[in-house]
Design a protein around this ligand. Structure first.
Ligand code: NAP
Length: 249
């Protein structure tokens, strides 16, 4: 029996996932490519190729989808903080026997002049935060705002694509905007809102790193939430090129 034609399922929601879909669909003799999005953003920028939106129903649901759509290669290109989905991908790959590679951007590291403070979770950030500043630029994402909802201090600035839903801190201003943001944008934002503390996840990558440079220049401390654990035994790469090599091997 002839082997199934290649069908790559990209678990997306990141710039890297979109870049991979663009590279794969642009290549001559490109395979079938489907990008899966969780459906968190109301009007997502859709990548080329096929797309599907919404959860699969856990690892078993993902394994069933893989079998039903004859997926040959699974690429976990979700955000480094999409911990559950990465574990689901590893489990689904084991259940279905499909090959799995994680495309994950490296984390950030502090340089000379940085005043970074580390914590392991959003709850840890909420505990550490009041002692570090009075006007905080909170860039940890709108989905986790409930972790800070009990804090009356500091005042918060939150920037997100869609408005926050659920519990939020009482002293909060929301700025609706979609990145990437330039260093000039970030300098202006910190100055305009008199920000004295930046709170961020260690997302890595260049699309959202100018805020770190702007904070360093302004002498502002940064509270960094460390990355969650990754599933053991899953091969990882930071490079779209390496994923292409893996697919063509
Ligand atoms: P998560 O906590 O790891 O996943 C929660 C559930 O959402 C999963 O169990 C899965 O539901 C569904 N899901 C997640 N990613 C999916 C995808 N690409 N396609 C289909 N279903 C998906 O994920 P999260 O942290 O909420 O992130 C959700 C999405 O936003 C991801 O695509 C991620 O790349 C993107 N994102 C996340 C962050 C962040 O800071 N967490 C930042 C930027 C972008 P089922 O179990 O039902 O399959």
């Amino acid at each position: 029996m002839p082997a199934d034609p290649a069908h790559v399922l990209i678990l997306g929601g990141t710039t890297e996932a979109r870049r991979l879909a663009e590279a794969l669909t642009a290549a001559p003799g490109s395979p079938r490519v489907t990008t899966s999005l969780a459906g968190r953003v109301t009007s997502p920028v859709l990548p080329p190729g096929e797309t599907r939106i919404g959860g699969f129903g856990g690892p078993e649901g993902l394994a069933a989808w893989i079998a039903a759509h004859r997926v040959t290669h699974l690429v976990d290109a979700t955000h480094p903080f999409a911990e559950r989905m990465s574990f689901n991908a590893a489990q689904a790959a084991a259940l279905s026997g499909v090959r799995l590679l994680a495309l994950r951007r490296p984390g950030w590291t502090p340089g000379p002049g940085d005043d970074w403070h580390f914590t392991d979770s959003l709850a840890g950030a909420a505990t550490a935060l009041p002692g570090l500043g009075t006007r905080a630029f909170l860039t940890t994402g709108r989905m986790g705002l409930h972790s800070f909802a009990h804090l009356t201090e500091p005042w918060f600035l939150v920037r997100s694509v869609d408005p926050p839903a659920g519990a939020v801190p009482p002293r909060l201003e929301v700025l609706l905007a979609r990145g990437p943001f330039t260093l000039a944008d970030e300098r202006e934002l910190l100055a305009r809102h008199r920000i004295d503390l930046l709170v961020t996840k260690d997302s890595g990558g260049s699309a959202t790193s100018p805020k770190l440079t702007a904070a360093r220049e302004a002498g502002i401390p940064v509270l960094v939430v460390r990355r969650p654990a990754v599933p053991e035994g899953v091969r990882q790469t930071p490079s779209v090129g390496e994923v292409l090599d893996w697919l063509s091997a």
